[in-house]
Structure formats: C-alpha cells, structure tokens
Design a protein around this ligand. Sequence first.
Ligand code: PEP
Length: 252
Amino acid sequence: MPRKPIVAGNWKMYKTIPEAVALGNTLRSGASGILDREVVVAPPFTALAAVAKTLEGSGIALSGQNTCWENEGAYTGEISPIMLKDVGCRYVIIGHSERRHIFGERDETIARKIKAALDAGLQPIFCIGETLEERETGETLAVLRRQVKEGLKLIQGADMNKVVIAYEPVWAIGTGKTATNEQAQEAHSFIRTLLEELFEKNIASDLRILYGGSVKAGNVDGLMAQPDIDGVLVGGASLEADSFLRIIKFER
Ligand code: PEP
C-alpha cells in the first residue's frame, strides 16, 4: 500500500489567536481539494481551540506540539493527551529536538508520552535526530538506533500503524542548513530497516517517516523524490501561508 505523504507545520511559539486563525483560514482555502496528501498544523496550545474551529471540515488535521504522559493530575503547566484529543487534535509532536535540548526531555519520558498519546487516541509524530557533534564523530546511526529503540519501547506492534516518525537532524533545524537528499535518504532507510528489526516487515514498510530541518519551497521536491521520505515537518516556512502552501503542493 503506498504511504500517504504528510506535510506538517510546526508553528512553535509563534502566533497569537487572531494570527493563527488568519493563517488557518488562508491554508484552508489554499489547500482545498488536495486529497493525495495529509496536511497537519501544530499551533501553540493557546490557539488550538480557535484553529480547530477554523479548520473544521477542511481535511487539515490539528496537532499538539507536546503532551504530558499523564491524563490528569497535579502537573502544573502541563497539557494532557486527552485534553489535546478533546480540543480536536489528531496528532501530537513528541520529542522535538527543542524539547530534548532546551527543556531536557529524555528518551524515558518521550517513551511514556508516546504511549499516553496512543492510549488517548492521538497519533504521535515522534521526532529523532542527531546533533552536529554526533554527526561529525560518526555517531548518527547509533544515536538514531538508541532514540528509536528507547522511544518506542512501550509500544506494541498493533499500535505502530498510528505512529509517524520525523527524522530531524538537530543541525538542520532553524539553521537554514538542510540535509542533502542523500543524507536524508540514508537516515530514513536506516530507520525503516531498524523498524523491521524491532517490529515486523509490514509495520516498517507502512510507517511514514517525515524529514524535518529547514525544509523550504526550494528543496521540498528533491527531498520528496527520495523513496523513504514520506513527508516533511516544517518549522519556519510553515509560518507564512505562501511558503507553506508551496511546500504542501510539492511535486514528486
Ligand atoms: C521543526 O520545527 O521541526 C523544524 C524542522 O524547523 P525548521 O523547518 O525551521 O528547521
């Protein structure tokens, strides 16, 4: 079965509610009629309810940018997976490199978040990727192996068809440096082979692996032409409707 591509926009800590609604409205009209790829947006928590309303019935899916691993409790400042589900999210980004490197998230917590998200009926967009230092010292594949094994250790095979992986080399996020098509394909193919080893062949071949890291209108077509790249997770270029719509309309 061909894997349906995903173009996901991570709005990070940008956009007030009116700004988020305006972007949602423009995307809604600009992406109407696109059925052969999934479009996902991840606004900040404060704008989720308003953007959910704006996108209702549009086919554009909503994602959280992070979640707690518990559904409720004394966790001041956290948002739970059932709350994200309740506000209309289908997806949630988990383990983004900014969470790992700025907020100290570890593989252990990420594994619990992925499990909690799946239990709440959300699809995790599970982010992995090596730092520049790890790439330069030849550790890329070992880091990816550790992150995948640890992050997915609580997940049974049957739930794996809801998981999406995003390979995002840390050195390419927000830096303007994109991995070459060959570097990205090498990592994606390694991840798919690893999934085959850890789960089953059909799980590995059906699972969507997105690339993220300075994706722009000018490089998306080359990335999407790679056999193991099933979509993109876009930060900066998803904040403007024109650039994100061009990425949504990538050609293979
Ligand atoms: C991201 O936030 O996941 C990302 C890839 O950001 P950017 O596209 O700005 O590098």
